[in-house]
Write a protein that binds this ligand. Structure first.
Ligand SMILES: [Zn+2]
Length: 267
């Protein structure tokens, strides 16, 4: 009886879900898990307290979150993270940690908006709790590792063994493409050009290995870039976008010296 109840619950959740895949987590449980993971992540990260900069990050993020979202987003700025791509760390329930390296490496506000939209898309599609539901992760603490924001970099820094079995990396890569596609829709709805997310990825993701690396958590760069470039441009420009130049000035003012150096890009 319990199994049937769970199954029906899973079907119901599936039907309401913006992304694909079964998820046993209720929204409330997901938010509680995210809060716990965010507290853990903060303990290991250098969170930068700059109200002026955070106000701009909040404004950019709020413009990208869909009106239908079940989550309340909390954005934070963390000191340079030199992982390739500088993808924000996105935790279940809406906790987004934006690395300073992303702000410094972006060439215009659309590129920054693109990587933030990609992170928001991971949250909206509930990739973290779907992975937990499918038993793809060895333990709950590994949930944030599925997010590339330095998925590999984070694992290396924490000296963690890779917790996603090789065979499951295929779905991790599929989620990256999902997050690109949903993120691009969020960008366009807010007036930002999806093609600029393609530009950022083309510039910062390491070149594709030949043959493709089965251990990579990332889909091939060429596939990501061509999918994004095929998407239509937004109908109208963004309303009151924050100034990237101002954000970069503010970031340089508040960052520790080590994080002010030009960020390391693709190797
Ligand atoms: Zn991602």
């Amino acid at each position: 009886m319990r199994a049937i109840t769970l199954f029906l619950l899973a079907l119901t959740l599936h039907a309401q879900d913006p992304g694909r895949g079964v998820n046993f987590y209720s929204y409330e449980k997901e938010k509680a898990l995210g809060a716990q993971l965010a507290a853990e992540y903060r303990r290991g990260a250098t969170v930068i307290d700059s109200p002026e900069l955070l106000r701009r990050i909040d404004a950019l993020g709020a413009a990208l979150v869909p009106a239908s979202s079940h989550f309340t987003y909390t954005f934070a700025l963390v000191a340079a993270d030199d992982t390739a791509l500088h993808e924000p760390v996105a935790l279940p329930g809406g906790y987004i940690f934006v690395p300073s390296a992303l702000i410094l490496a972006a060439r215009d506000i659309d590129e920054l908006a693109g990587m933030m939209a990609h992170a928001i898309a991971h949250v909206e599609a509930r990739h973290g709790t779907k992975a937990a539901t499918k038993g793809e992760l060895a333990n709950q603490a590994a949930v944030p590792l599925v997010f590339m924001g330095g998925w590999t970099g984070y694992a290396v820094r924490q000296n963690a063994a890779l917790t996603v079995p090789l065979g499951r990396l295929q779905s991790v890569r599929a989620w990256e493409l999902d997050a690109d596609s949903l993120g691009a829709r969020l960008m366009a709805a807010a007036g930002y050009a999806p093609a600029r997310l393609a530009d950022y990825i083309a510039r910062t993701q390491p070149a594709d290995a030949d043959p493709p690396d089965a251990r990579s958590p990332l889909p091939p760069r060429a596939a990501r870039v061509s999918a994004l470039r095929a998407l239509p441009a937004p109908a109208a420009p963004p309303a009151n976008p924050p100034s990237l130049a101002e954000m970069q000035d503010l970031a340089r003012r508040v960052l520790p010296d080590a994080a002010k150096a030009p960020p390391r890009l693709a190797r």
